[in-house]
Design a protein around this ligand. Structure first.
Ligand SMILES: *[C@@H]1O[C@H](CO)[C@@H](O)[C@H](O)[C@H]1NC(C)=O
Ligand SMILES: *[C@@H]1O[C@H](CO)[C@@H](O)[C@H](O)[C@H]1NC(C)=O
Ligand SMILES: *[C@@H]1O[C@H](CO)[C@@H](O)[C@H](O)[C@H]1NC(C)=O
Length: 182
């Protein structure tokens, strides 16, 4: 009896480990680097299933991990669902269905705004596979501002150098003058 129990426990344990291994076989990979975009750009978010699986029959979710995982885009039974989608993303997202065959979730977000900056999660519930990626949207005129700041710094440095040279010249003249006087 005791022996039987032990065998059964061992069998159960093996089953649990097996299930763990199976569910861990697939994972999703996200870009490690933040995705940079400017206001009004169209942005592509891409997550890949490793090893690849034809994802057309799966439920797929893109959510905002930094906003209580609210839905950015969801796909189920081969269709994109407009509910429950955040109003912010309505009519602004496209999941590229052709890419799903190779196990790639490609989401296009059109005309990104500052409020689209944040952490996104790709999630395949049936495979308990998920990953997160960051999107950073900068203002359209940010580059110009940066350029202006750089220009300003250059101007300041130049003025200081010119001023120092000028001061040096004046000092030399003064010193010479004093020498002459002596
Ligand atoms: C974004 O995509 C839309 C629709 O495809 C297009 O009309 C627009 O020119 C694109 N914008 C940029 C900045 O590429
Ligand atoms: C999204 O598109 C539908 C159909 O084209 C339209 O009826 C709806 O008003 C649009 N929603 C937004 C928030 O633009
Ligand atoms: C910033 O520069 C871009 C070209 O690089 C230009 O199209 C845009 O009008 C500029 N914006 C401002 C506010 O100067």
């Amino acid at each position: 009896m005791m022996m039987m129990m032990m065998k059964l426990t061992l069998l159960l344990l093996l089953l649990v480990i097996f299930a763990e291994v199976i569910s861990a076989i697939h994972h999703v990979t996200c870009p490690a680097e933040p995705i940079q975009a400017r206001e009004d750009d169209n942005v592509t978010l891409q997550c890949r299933l490793v090893p690849p699986v034809d994802l057309r029959r799966y439920i797929l979710d893109f959510t905002r991990a930094d906003l209580q995982y609210k839905v950015v885009h969801t796909y189920q039974d081969g269709r994109d669902l407009s509910y429950p989608q955040m109003d912010q993303y309505r009519n602004r997202t496209t999941l590229i269905h052709e890419d799903l065959i190779q196990g790639t979730m490609t989401l296009k977000i059109y005309s990104v705004q500052m409020s689209d900056s944040g952490r996104y999660e790709c999630y395949v519930p049936d495979l308990t596979a998920y990953c997160t990626l960051c999107l950073t949207v900068v203002r359209k005129d940010q580059d110009n501002k940066t350029n202006m700041t750089t220009t300003n710094i250059c101007a300041i440095v130049l003025s200081v150098i010119v001023a120092l040279i000028g001061l040096g010249l004046i000092l030399r003249v003064l010193v010479k003058h004093r020498n002459l006087c002596k």
